[in-house]
Design a protein around this ligand. Structure first.
Ligand SMILES: [Zn+2]
Length: 187
């Protein structure tokens, strides 16, 4: 059975908790001619917003857009955006590195997603010649000498961090030197 995941009112989308809070504070009125009763979040079926428009439920079966849905009251993720799309949008943010970490923190993407993204658009990349692509480090350089760095090991562990571009370049040089003469170790 479809669940109510959000509501639209005041020309925006809002999470159930914020809609319930708005109802508690008396922000909605009753639209005339609608049956009494409340839904699963305690909102009256007849709730209307300040402009008199009905508060519409959004169901778990409704298809979100690629940019996802965020509550316009509290900014909670209602529907995750498409990860690929979200990462491209983050690159256009005023602070792309912070935006990318925010995507990880809010569970929109994981470090592996970001790692693959960084490897694909890398300004510098090192992969261990002894084990193919199983171990590596890549970075994207941003203005101000900042770099978004993703590294992965042959256990499938990914790490995303911020370094200076200089540090990222040095890290690659160190790993290049270390991997020379290493045993072949295919993962
Ligand atoms: Zn909310």
């Amino acid at each position: 059975m479809p669940r109510i995941v959000a509501y639209t009112y005041n020309a925006g989308i809002h999470c159930p908790a914020c809609a319930a809070a708005a109802h508690e504070k008396g922000r909605f009125r009753d639209a005339p001619g609608l049956p009494p009763g409340t839904d699963e979040h305690g909102l009256p079926y007849a709730a209307a917003d300040s402009e008199g428009n009905l508060v519409h439920p959004v169901f778990s079966t409704d298809e979100p857009p690629v940019e996802g849905w965020y509550c316009e009251t509290c900014d909670a993720v209602i529907a995750k955006p498409d990860p690929e799309h979200a990462m491209h949008m983050a690159m256009d943010a005023p602070d792309p590195i912070a935006a990318m970490f925010r995507l990880i923190d809010t569970g929109v993407v994981d470090e592996r997603d970001v790692g693959n993204f960084v490897a694909m658009y890398a300004d510098g990349v090192w992969t261990n010649p002894n084990d193919g692509l199983c171990e590596g480090l890549a970075y994207i350089a941003f203005h101000g000498g900042r770099a978004l760095v993703a590294s992965w090991d042959n256990q499938g562990f990914w790490n995303v961090e911020e370094m200076t571009t200089e540090e990222a370049e040095a890290e690659i040089a160190t790993r290049e030197a270390e991997s020379e003469g290493e045993e072949e170790d295919r993962c």
